[in-house]
Design a protein. Structure first.
Length: 196
């Protein structure tokens, strides 16, 4: 019996309509289309030629949307091996040359990517979407995500976006960054941070 793999489509840009696979829904939560559309309506042309980092990548649907809309390069960090394999397959289906996939712990890998880009002239958009179904060992995931952002030293961050459960109270400032706006989509909310 063939199990249907969940899929989603790229909503806009040069790869519009291309289908990408999603990991099993009990491992990752795919970002809803409405949320994704709103995110890229906010970013608009600001995405062009930026470096996009998707910190909890899952299938990579957000970062690949950024690639489709002319981000210069996207970095994807994913811990779960099954999700990572799907992510690599999706990157190959879209544009492997613009994708850098890393398997491992976001809290180790993301700071290391940021460090490697510190002296780059490229501006960075960091997308942080911690899994919020609070699986075992996940209960401090937001605290750890906030701490990771607070410790960012890069001067070339254009924006940091956190996708989080709507009921979460999020800090007004995180290190050098201040909350500039939030948008709710039912259970999920997008919060945008820029330089203070």
């Amino acid at each position: 019996m063939k199990i249907n793999t969940p899929t989603t489509k790229i909503i806009a840009g040069k790869y519009k309509g291309k289908t990408i696979a999603l990991p099993s829904l009990d491992v990752t939560r795919s970002s809803k289309s409405r949320l994704k559309e709103s995110l890229f309506n906010v970013l608009q042309f600001d995405i062009i030629d930026k470096i996009f980092i998707e910190a909890f990548a899952g299938s990579g649907s957000i970062g690949l949307e950024a690639v489709s809309r002319d981000a210069k390069k996207a970095y994807f960090v994913e811990l779960d091996k099954g999700s990572y394999n799907i992510l690599v397959k999706n990157c190959k289906a879209i544009d492997m040359n613009k994708c850098q996939t890393i398997i491992g712990d976001t809290f180790v890998q993301t700071p290391s990517i940021l460090e490697s880009l510190k002296s780059s002239n490229d501006e960075i958009i960091l997308y942080v979407d911690p899994p919020f179904d609070f699986r075992d060992g996940m209960d401090d995931i937001y605290a750890k995500s906030f701490k990771m952002i607070e410790e960012i030293e890069n001067e070339n961050i254009f924006m940091i976006i956190i996708e989080h459960v709507t009921t979460l109270e999020i800090p007004n400032t995180l290190g050098k960054f201040t909350l500039s706006k939030t948008k709710k989509f039912g259970k999920s909310t997008l919060s945008y941070y820029t330089y203070s």
